[in-house]
Design a protein around this ligand. Structure first.
Ligand code: ADP
Ligand code: MG
Length: 243
């Protein structure tokens, strides 16, 4: 059974060496909520995800990363990076099960096949990554992340290379499979944020702040519905005012 994700709070300023990267930030990530992070390129969004994932060994946090249960996120969190990091010598199935393989766990082949079918890659299980398109590779990386089955999921521009239709399909699949988990999702796509998020933070070099969702219904919000479109348009205006 899925463990309840803890509420997470990241507050403070991030540095690499003596260089200020971003902050002061104040990011409260409530349990089982989908948080989108918007912000210009180079502002530190990927660095924030790496700090949450515990992989940012070169980053200094002048502040705190705390969890509600005061336990480490180690083993409870997984990150889908901007690059797909597929291993060229492994086929698509093996790449999807890479986490379990790395940990020496038994691989659930049915679950691997099922998730690859759901991301539309059922015909490519035995192929090597170099034979796939960029969008297909990104869907393998998404499948690998979904298969990890962690309570806290970090997604760094996960749908950025997909065509319009696959993007909508993968957003819907992720919304459905990640219900009940905490998701932190970096995106440049305001429509995507309007569709998926319970809350949105805008990050600039010097601060983080909530973009109010007003009275919008809970996500996932229906594509093309007037309340989704009006939220999208309001977010765009806020973004233009604040950056
Ligand atoms: N390993 C590193 N060493 C030095 N600076 C880095 C390193 N990684 C990222 N940066 C710098 O940190 C800033 C934020 O990067 P990043 O988190 O990738 O931004 P974003 O994801 O918002 O585009 C950038 O100015 C980048 O040049
Ligand atoms: Mg980035």
């Amino acid at each position: 059974m899925l463990k309840r994700p803890p509420t997470i709070c990241l507050s403070g300023t991030l540095y690499i060496g003596e260089t200020h990267i971003c902050g002061p930030l104040n990011l409260n990530l409530p349990s089982a909520r989908w948080t989108c992070i918007l912000g210009p390129s180079g502002v530190g969004k990927t660095t924030i995800l790496r700090v949450l994932a515990g992989t940012a060994t070169n980053v200094k946090l002048d502040g705190t990363l705390s969890t509600e249960d005061e336990k480490s996120l180690n083993g409870r969190i997984t990150m889908m990076a901007q690059a797909d990091f597929l291993m060229p010598w492994l086929n698509i199935s093996e790449n999807t099960a890479f986490g379990a393989r790395l940990r020496g766990e038994k691989i659930d082949r049915t679950a691997v096949q099922d998730i690859l079918t759901r991301v539309g890659l059922a015909e490519h299980l035995e192929k090597k990554p170099h034979t796939l398109s960029v969008g297909q590779r990104q869907r393998v990386a998404l499948a690998r992340t979904l298969l990890e089955n962690r309570p806290v999921i970090l997604l760094d521009e996960p749908f950025s290379t997909l065509d319009a239709l696959s993007r909508i399909q993968m957003q819907s699949l992720s919304a459905s499979l990640l219900r009940g988990r905490s998701v932190v999702h970096v995106t440049h796509d305001v429509a995507e944020a309007a569709h998926l998020s319970h809350q949105i933070f805008l990050i600039t070099r010097t601060r983080s702040f909530h973009l109010s969702l007003g009275t919008a219904p809970p996500p996932p919000r229906r594509w093309g519905a007037s309340e989704t479109l009006s939220l999208q348009s309001r977010l765009l205006h806020l973004l233009m005012e604040e950056t």
